[in-house]
Design a protein. Structure first.
Length: 120
């Protein structure tokens, strides 16, 4: 049995994107956990778990993606309504850079027989 790539995104990749955005919103922009959570569509407890490294710790993003996430957080600070679009943009970038391949090898190896990125 294997997980669909979309399930890997929901369980592992989207949380790490939210985690990195939450870091920027709370550390650089000095938002409260509650305000950051509202922007990201999650509760302040989730923000706390992200920042204390209790959640979203299975994927290490390349520096280039983290830099883009920082830019996204700045965009989101200027317009909260762009959060969904920015998370989608970063998700697309992560797919393009094949950052999720390491997750599939570790947590979803059965899917590799069907994956279009067989070189991962």
């Amino acid at each position: 049995m294997y997980s669909l790539p979309q399930e890997i995104e929901v369980w592992y990749i989207i949380p790490v994107i939210r985690k990195e955005i939450a870091k920027v919103l709370t550390e650089k922009h000095k938002l409260t956990f509650e305000k950051a959570g509202k922007i990201l569509g999650i509760g302040k407890a989730a923000i706390s778990q992200y920042l204390s490294n209790k959640r979203a710790k299975k994927l290490k993003l390349p520096a280039s993606v983290v830099n883009e996430i920082e830019k996204s957080a700045d965009i989101i600070m200027n317009d909260n309504k762009k959060a969904v679009a920015e998370i989608g943009r970063i998700l697309k970038m992560i797919k393009g850079k094949k950052c999720s391949c390491s997750l599939c090898r570790e947590y979803n190896p059965e899917i590799l027989n069907y994956c279009k990125y067989k070189s991962c």
